[in-house]
Write a protein that binds this ligand. Sequence first.
Ligand code: TXA
Ligand code: MG
Length: 320
Amino acid sequence: MPAPALPVLAPDDAGLARAAALLARGGLVAFPTETVYGLGADARDDRAVAGIFAAKGRPAFNPLILHVADLAAAQAIGRFDARAERVAAAFWPGPLTLVLPLRDGAGISPLATAGLATVALRVPAHPVARALLAAFGGPVAAPSANPSGRVSPTTAAHVVAGLSGRIDAVVDGGACGVGVESTILGLDGPAILLREGGIAAERLAAVLGETPRAAEAGARPVAPGALASHYAPRGVMRLNAAGAEPGEVMLGFGPVACDLNLSKAGDLTEAAANLYACLHRLDAMGADRIAVSPVPEAGLGRAINDRLRRAAAPRPGALA
Ligand code: TXA
Ligand code: MG
């Protein structure tokens, strides 16, 4: 028999130590939660987080849910108000994700939060997820462990079928109990139900003391990745530029003359890892006209181009 393309680790001490070590060196490890299997990476490591998008073949960089071991770990990353503390006390560990203001200096990769000022946090209840988070000791960014556009996995076998050869390991914790993703509650302003999921809205309302508003189209983005302005630097961007015109700052890709380079080597994973940092630096430089090298429309390049096109789209308040 050929060697399996995806190591399946037992959820025992040895398997969890191996999984934690893989995460610590920037690897991608799928693991069970009570909802679905997640595809985890160190949320502080730009390159590892970029690897999640590459493995899933996601055409866009959506913000990811950060999984942490307990409330204290969550509080080191997000700012909790009294409401957030109340729902966390009631439903964590469990299938509830809270979107909260991101603390300055929390050390989270901007690719994991899609450059937003908020962060999605959850403390999963699955004993294997909890043991892995304890062994790893840091925040784990994890979307569902399926190729983009496919059904979320609820067994290790689903993960093997979908992601063999694209990730480092899967920890086999059997079938997931809940089987639908976590409920997402936005508490960075008025309470908003961003996604229905494993915790019923009625139960949330009882603890909150109010019914969270349903996320409606236009009211607020359910998937913030859909909003151009979240990703846009202040300057006007010109894409697929062969070079800079006078007055433009050049954001390059590959071996080109430029002011900032997404990846000199033309490596799409490196470019994805650098993307948000480059956009922030363009703002810090005060760049008001930006030329951007062409990025190949393949693999992670599709997500990079999606983001660049949103950043370049005409928008209210942009410089003429
Ligand atoms: O049950 C779950 O939540 C599973 C397991 C693995 O934990 N994870 C999961 O992740 O469903 P994912 O990446 O498929 O869903 C993330 C959702 C997206 O809809 C995204 O838009 C939203 O979370 N999200 C993340 N950060 C956000 C933010 N700062 N503001 C609003 N929505 C956010
Ligand atoms: Mg998913």
